[in-house]
Design a protein around this ligand. Structure first.
Ligand SMILES: *Cc1c(COP(=O)(O)O)cnc(C)c1O
Length: 396
């Protein structure tokens, strides 16, 4: 099997698994218990918090553990919105190509009376600080823009956006789920007020994440109950997973400088290979993209059929995000960068990791090239394109 869907989830690293084992076996104490067996668990919890904070360039008191990226996004956005509402600021700025964890939270807030401006994304899949600046109003309480997009891998100018937000005294949150462990992060230096991450996107366990919130911003609890996480996230801590996340984040951050260029070289090899397929185009900026992201649209094919045939050849790929599979609507991300519906349906996302090899990259190029040709030969839509009944969208 060739696994090329690392934006959906990653394989856990050996170090992450090993870091978890003690808390699933002998060290099963509850961090809230007062006896020393519980206090040892508490120490492990705080040690993990310290290590996550160090990787992000913040203080440990600014880290809250959550169940993953979705929860962190929900909590950050609702916190900033409700803080704003108290000062009668009920306008939020985001982008059209955020993850659904952000977009659906914003939809809910709209029903609560907030106004949301979703910025357009340019055809390269990037929003500019200028656009954010122009959209900020007197009553804007929050700007939330993702660090890197999960479908097309484009990297946003978050430092510039943070600067604009600070000039106007607006809270800046970033969904960094695709960036954490893959791109450098230093929240204090970058001027980020809130940041979401999720362990399973950087070789940690599923179902655990973290939320960084700058000191001074009072976090709103979504899950009420016990006093865990300073009363901001009730429920007995998932200590094994938290320890696994800390180990995985440290490992990814330590290896980033050597891993990223290697992964990016394979990414570029695949992009060059797939660029030779006629009537296809890379989605998103060629340079400002995640080291492991390859995303293409091909005319005259259905992304779903391509995925199934690639699966037959042992290749795990995706058409957009895992969250949109099963829905027949084309990806909101591809529509946001201006892909017409019929082309957005013919998308393919390949996301690599440090474990991807050159042989695998070449096998992917061969399999995709063959399969696209095969599908086109069967497609009445493709016949119409070739006979001139329909117009091509892309150049040959
Ligand atoms: C995966 C992902 C999420 C959701 O994270 P979970 O831990 O699966 O809840 C949110 N945002 C982005 C950009 C993602 O890629």
């Amino acid at each position: 099997m060739i696994y090329a869907d690392n934006a959906a989830t990653t394989k856990m690293s050996r170090k992450a698994v090993e870091a978890m084992l003690p808390y699933m076996t002998e060290q099963y104490g509850n961090p809230s218990s007062l006896y020393s067996f519980g206090q040892k668990a508490k120490e492990a919890l705080e040690d993990a918090r310290e290590r996550v904070a160090r990787c992000l360039g913040c203080d440990k008191g600014e880290i809250t553990f959550t169940s993953g990226g979705s929860e962190s996004d929900n909590q950050a956005i609702r916190t900033a919105a409700h803080l704003g509402a108290r000062k009668n600021k009920k306008h939020i700025i985001s982008t059209a190509f955020e993850h659904h964890a952000v977009l659906h939270t914003l939809d809910r807030l709209k029903r609560e009376g907030f106004e949301v401006t979703l910025l357009d994304v340019n055809k390269n899949g990037i929003v500019s600080a200028r656009q954010v600046e122009e959209a900020i109003r007197e009553d804007t309480c929050l700007v939330t823009v993702m660090y890197a997009n999960n479908e097309i891998g484009t990297i946003q100018p978050i430092e510039e956006i943070a600067r604009v937000c600070h000039e106007k005294n607006v809270i800046f949150h970033t969904d960094a789920v695709q960036a954490a462990g893959h791109l450098p992060i230093s929240v204090h230096e970058q001027g980020i007020d809130m940041l979401s991450l999720s362990a399973h996107k950087f070789h940690g366990p599923k179902g655990v994440g973290a939320l960084y919130v700058r000191r001074g911003i009072p976090l709103e609890g979504l899950i009420l109950g016990g006093a865990q996480e300073k009363g901001k996230r009730a429920g007995t801590e998932n200590l094994a997973s938290i320890a696994g996340m800390a180990a995985a984040l440290e490992e990814s951050c330590t290896n980033m400088a050597s891993a990223a260029p290697k992964v990016a070289a394979l990414r570029d090899r695949i992009i060059e290979g797939l660029d030779r397929i006629p009537y296809g185009e890379l989605n998103g900026d060629r340079i400002r993209r995640l080291p492991g992201n390859v995303s293409f649209c091909f005319e005259g094919i259905e992304g779903e059929s391509l995925l199934l045939l690639l699966d037959d050849k042992g290749i795990c790929a995706s058409s957009g995000s895992a969250c949109t599979s099963g829905s027949l609507d084309p990806s909101h991300v591809l529509l946001a960068i201006g892909r017409p519906h019929e082309v957005a349906h013919g998308s393919l996302r390949l996301t690599l990791s440090e474990e991807t090899t050159q042989e695998e990259a070449d096998a992917i190029i061969r399999a995709v090239t063959e399969t696209v040709t095969y599908l086109r030969n069967m497609s009445p839509f493709w016949r119409d394109l070739n006979t001139g009944k329909r117009k091509h969208v892309f150049a040959e």
